[in-house]
Design a protein around this ligand. Structure first.
Ligand code: SF4
Ligand code: SF4
Length: 214
């Protein structure tokens, strides 16, 4: 009896999925790239090197990101700032900065290690290339301009949604990152130019309330 009822249950599930797939109500895939899913807030996409609102570069060329990277795909060389015309507020700035995207595993450790929030990640993951050299992102491709715009090597590609470059990964939006609960819901990062004035992540109470409200 148990076997028959289990079989009928399984048959019911199969029928539901079959009908759902035909009608579209049970689809778990989307017709990418025509339709793109909203990404989770903590999605790890391609990196960006940020500036302060006054245009100074946040990177101080300390190489901590390169040291922590488990894939060994960041190469940084710092250079002394000219005291009369500094590039960054530190003693040095990131004179050479490269990330080999072919090796990157998008773990986000570089973001966590950075003492100045210079490197963060965006929501853009479309950056296929036709040769290896293009997959090594240089300082020119990573550094936002003074207005906060992030460069992309194929800005006219209709398949690329450049607005995803303006979207921060969850790390920079996080407001209780290492367990200090008093920071929950409080903005805890330094601003950048452009559209990057991200709201803090919602508190757990807000998340619970929203899910109760449906
Ligand atoms: S995301 Fe991870 S693998 Fe990629 S550059 Fe940063 S530390 Fe390296
Ligand atoms: S991105 Fe951050 S961790 Fe990496 S060299 Fe620049 S300041 Fe240091």
């Amino acid at each position: 009896m148990g076997v028959v009822s289990d079989f009928l249950k399984a048959l019911k599930v199969t029928a539901r999925i079959m009908v759902g797939t035909m009608t579209g109500s049970e689809l778990v895939t989307t017709p990418y790239p025509d339709e793109k899913r909203v990404k989770p807030q903590r999605f790890h996409g391609r990196h960006v090197l940020n500036r302060y609102p006054d245009g100074m570069e946040k990177c101080i060329g300390c190489e901590l990101c390169a040291g922590v990277c488990p894939a060994d795909c960041i190469y940084v060389r710092g250079k002394e700032n000219d005291p009369h015309n500094p590039i960054s507020p530190g003693e040095r700035y990131g004179y050479v900065y490269e990330i080999n995207m072919l090796r990157c595993i998008f773990c986000g450790l570089c973001v966590e290690a950075c003492p100045t929030e210079a490197i963060t990640m965006t929501h853009l993951f479309e950056f296929s290339t036709t040769n290896r050299a293009d997959a090594v992102y240089t300082r020119e491709e990573l550094l936002m301009d003074r207005e906060g715009r992030v460069p992309h090597m194929f800005p006219d590609d209709p398949l690329v949604d450049l607005s995803e470059l303006d979207t921060a990964d969850g790390w920079v939006r996080a407001t209780a990152p290492s367990g200090i609960a008093a920071y929950e819901g409080v903005k805890m990062w330094q601003g950048t130019p452009g559209p990057a004035d991200w709201s803090p992540e919602p508190t757990q109470e807000e998340i619970d309330r929203r899910s109760e409200d449906g």
